[in-house]
Design a protein around this ligand. Structure first.
Ligand code: FAD
Ligand code: THG
Length: 808
């Protein structure tokens, strides 16, 4: 036997893609089970109209879509293709939407998808039925098209079957068997199947299957309207299924495709119609298919009116059929992929569109077979990315419905979730409100972007105004807060930063195996280092503070770090890992006057406490852990205490700081200062797909250290020349991230983080670029909407390269 015994639950596009990819990699004991009859067992795939628009703000999603296009393009059933590459056209009917299409063009270009913003004449050439008076322009992606979802299921299942995969349709999975902490099989209507691995690809039924092992899946099935017209005159006699591009009219929440002489119309403008998984009918009970609910014509009225306006020829046509079809929505619009945190061998691949299905099949197969996915960076898709409150049933339904409503909205990168709020508030929240904090939201935390109380600091400063788009969620106060941090001292609320406590006699050895740095040092040491995956890619960057022989505090980036640590715990009980974020809080006190402010308040000798050292002590009445480091690149400390003492800590520092000109500063200033100092942010600047050296973090890897995860893989990777490099660019102006970078007219890379540097006096953009272009002084261009902004490769860091501020 090559490979474990695998049972895949669900033979929609996702399950089919997975068993094809798994069997292609040589695993030879695979069974796929579906309750319905193949190749159209009755899930969402059985009636999806199959539009594949690849453009997406997420690089991973765009790449998985591109893989789907490439793969389905090679597949057929009885000579009939699985993909009709008719292209995709998104039209703008308002100036705002046209501007947005330029931004989307930027994403396509950044992720390597050929696209063009075209004028109205070209839109009419591509789709003559459009009303010339409505259309201002469009985004044309020639490689987009129509996936034939049922055929794609058929083709991939058949190929898998030819490699020995067992296919059981009309077989319902009734339970998943677990012994101890492991999956052992499934119970079906036809008996038991033993399994080492069970993968849930059950689409809208996913929560029901996951529940069988006690796992909560944050997804909600929602009905979405799809209607088909009768003959539309201009298409009369069309013998090809589809000739013209698939079409999106986001302004009216609509999309379209051809079907011979008729048109399919999809609509997101209606009220959200969530359905509980327990109310979805069984295969036998359902009239048509279980994932299809009766068409509610009244909800479609507006869609039909808008359709008449955009495509006047439809006025003479009729709606002949329609459905309210179910598919899954999540709290952040991303799929749910990966292993259960508790039950070994139980995996999910859920909330996946047809568009991304083949890519997800490949990603999951790599992850299962190799232990990690090398083709795509999956950190945004990992099912273990959520905070506790984000899987609350109320939150899941509320967010899912809201995401349905906002599917085609123009969303600013800083735009916060509006409901439910507030959820998590630091102990400083009341003071922040008193100071006129303007709050955005991060992982549920209310986080001030700037404080209106600082408005008076703007006077007399020369602050460049961003354009209208970059000026959203921005204020000149951001600039003033950044400058005052460098001139005097500021308090930053760092509570939202994930904190883990690792304790026990095995703690040091455990962490040594996981991180790239040497953390088995003296008590009081703080080490900046990385978590690597088994292939040498970066999983996170962390700070590890040794607070006692067997007590470490890990400054981390998110829930996935906690998951990663849990997964690697030794089984012998010598190490405990605990998320202490919620019970504690943190203020960063940073700036040249930080020591003047804090020293009189504390028993700690803050001069003796050197850079990257930590100690426990008191600030007035408040017990604190002080770590001397600074993400903003200034003298000062992260001061941690328990949540109950947080307000007292704030008030103590605030009172003492008045004579030193202390301010509270927000996230806007923070990001500006961080980028001036060249500090990377995991998930934006570097992700799983990057290694430390190309990300400029080679210094955080202690190669001389004994074995740690990713060490050998990294050494092997290094042997190959690094071809890309995270590079600092300066520019005259503001950009926001994800914009393409051009060398002449050739797209060569993309922006990760960006901000304006209020100390250095220029815009800053970090970007992934080919290594040979990353030489200081070279001029490139950043694509910002329809403009090309010149940007110069800079030596980094831009601010204080000699570290005089931090070590002062
Ligand atoms: P499914 O296709 O639902 O497959 C899950 C399978 O699991 C089912 O076959 C089911 O029978 C089986 N199953 C469930 N429970 C059990 C059990 N207990 N035992 C055995 N088997 C079980 N996406 C796009 O990319 N482009 C589009 O244009 C598009 N349009 C859409 C239009 C509509 C009206 C709808 C409803 C969806 C649309 N989607 C579109 C979304 C897309 O259809 C789905 O996201 C996708 O098909 C989900 O695939 P899946 O394999 O995860 O789920
Ligand atoms: N504070 C703490 N933990 C954290 C962060 C933090 N963990 C997650 C994230 N932020 C990690 N990111 C960084 C990035 C840079 C630095 C610290 C955390 C930093 N770097 C020094 C430098 O490059 O100059 C490291 C110097 C050294 O290794 O000696 O300070 O904000 N607690």
């Amino acid at each position: 036997m090559v490979g474990p015994r695998v049972v895949v639950v669900g033979a929609g596009v996702v399950g089919a893609a997975l068993v094809d990819e798994l069997s292609a990699r040589g695993w030879d004991d695979i069974t796929v089970v579906d309750q319905g009859p193949l190749p159209a067992p009755g899930g969402s795939s059985s009636h999806a109209p199959g539009l594949v628009f690849q453009t997406n703000p997420s690089k991973a999603m765009a790449e998985m879509a591109r893989y789907t296009v490439d793969k389905l393009g090679t597949l057929s059933v009885d000579g009939e293709p699985c993909f009709l590459q008719v292209g995709g056209l998104e039209v703008a009917t308002t100036p705002e939407r046209l501007t947005e299409l330029h931004r989307r063009h930027g994403w396509a270009t950044s992720w390597g998808i050929d696209a063009a913003v075209v004028d109205a004449d070209r839109c009419l050439e591509l789709i003559p039925m459009l009303d010339r008076d409505q259309v201002l322009g469009g985004l044309h992606v020639p490689t987009d098209g129509l996936a034939k979802a049922v055929r794609a299921v058929d083709a991939q299942i058949s190929r898998a079957r030819s490699r020995g995969v067992k296919v059981l349709d009309r077989t319902e999975v009734l339970d998943v068997l677990v012994e101890g902490d492991r999956v052992t099989g499934v119970v079906t209507g036809q008996g038991e199947l033993a399994a080492d691995i069970v993968v849930c690809c059950a689409g809208i039924w996913g929560s029901k299957i996951a529940r069988m092992v006690g796992m909560t899946l944050p997804l909600v099935p929602l009905a979405h309207q799809l209607a088909w017209t009768g003959q539309v005159a201009p298409l009369a006699g069309q013998t090809s299924e589809a000739l013209r591009p698939i079409l999106r009219h986001q302004e009216a929440d609509l999309y379209y495709r051809e079907r011979y002489d008729a048109i399919g119309v999809g609509y997101y403008g209606h009220r959200p119609m969530p359905v509980s998984v327990d109310d979805i009918l069984g295969v036998d009970a359902a009239d048509v298919m279980p994932s299809v609910q009766p068409f509610t014509e009244e909800d479609f009225a507006e869609a039909w009116r808008q359709t008449h306006a955009l495509l006047p020829a439809t006025r003479e046509a009729k709606i002949e059929e329609g459905i309210n079809g179910l598919f899954s929505f999540t709290t952040d619009d991303m799929p749910l992929l990966g292993p259960s945190p508790e039950v070994k061998g139980f995996w999910v691949a859920e909330a996946v569109w047809v568009t991304h299905s083949a890519g997800v099949g490949r990603a999951m197969a790599e992850w299962l077979v190799d232990g990690h996915c090398s083709s795509f960076d999956l950190h945004e898709c990992d099912v273990n990315r959520f905070e506790a409150h984000q899987v609350a049933p109320k939150y899941v339904v509320e967010r899912g419905c809201q995401n349905f409503v906002e599917v085609y909205d123009i969303k600013h990168p800083l735009q916060p979730m509006e409901q439910p709020r507030p959820l998590r508030a630091s102990p400083f929240h009341v003071r922040q409100q008193e100071l006129g904090g303007v709050f955005l939201e991060a992982n549920g935390w209310e986080r001030p972007q700037w404080y209106e109380a600082n408005a008076g600091l703007v006077d007399g400063r020369d602050i460049p105004e961003p354009d209208e788009w970059a000026a959203r969620y921005w204020s000149p106060i951001v600039a003033a807060e950044a400058q005052v941090t460098r001139e005097a001292v500021a308090m930053f609320d760092m509570t939202a930063l994930k904190r883990l406590e690792v304790t026990g006699p095995g703690a040091a050895a455990f962490l040594q195996r996981l991180v790239t740095g040497d953390v088995d040092k003296s008590v009081g040491s703080v080490t900046y280092c990385l978590l690597l995956d088994h292939d040498g890619g970066i999983r996170s960057d962390v700070t590890v503070a040794r607070l006692a022989r067997d007590v470490f505090q890990v400054g981390a980036n998110g829930a996935l770090d906690l998951d990663w640590l849990h997964r690697h715990l030794p089984g012998d009980g010598t190490v405990q890992v605990r998320d202490i974020t919620a019970g504690t809080c943190c203020i960063g006190v940073w700036g040249p006057r930080a020591r003047d402010l804090v020293q009189p308040l504390t028993d700690l000798d803050l001069t003796a406490l050197k850079y990257f050292r930590g100690a426990r002590g008191f600030i007035g009445n408040v017990p604190v852990t002080a770590l001397r480091l600074s993400y903003v690149g200034e003298l000062g400390w992260e001061l941690y205490t328990t949540a109950d003492m947080g307000l007292k800590l704030w008030d103590t520092l605030w009172a003492a700081g008045q004579e030193h000109g202390v301010i509270a500063a927000g996230r806007g200033a923070f990001t500006s200062l961080r980028l001036e100092k060249g500090y990377r942010s995991f998930g934006t600047d570097m992700t799983y797909e990057h290694d430390p050296h190309e990300a400029g973090l080679g210094f955080a890897v202690k190669a001389a250290k004994p074995e740690f995860i990713g060490k050998q893989a990294l050494a092997d990777r290094q042997a190959r020349q690094a071809t890309k490099k995270l590079t600092c660019l300066t520019l005259d102006g503001h950009v926001l991230g994800k914009e393409p970078v051009y060398d002449g007219d050739t797209p060569v890379g993309y922006v990760t983080s960006a901000a304006y540097g209020y100390t250095v006096g220029s815009g800053i953009a970090y970007a992934w670029l080919p290594a040979d272009l990353a030489e200081p002084g070279r001029t490139l261009h950043i694509g910002y909407f329809d403009r090309r902004i010149p940007a110069t490769v800079a030596e980094e860091p831009l601010f204080d390269p000699k570290m005089t501020r931090l070590r002062g």
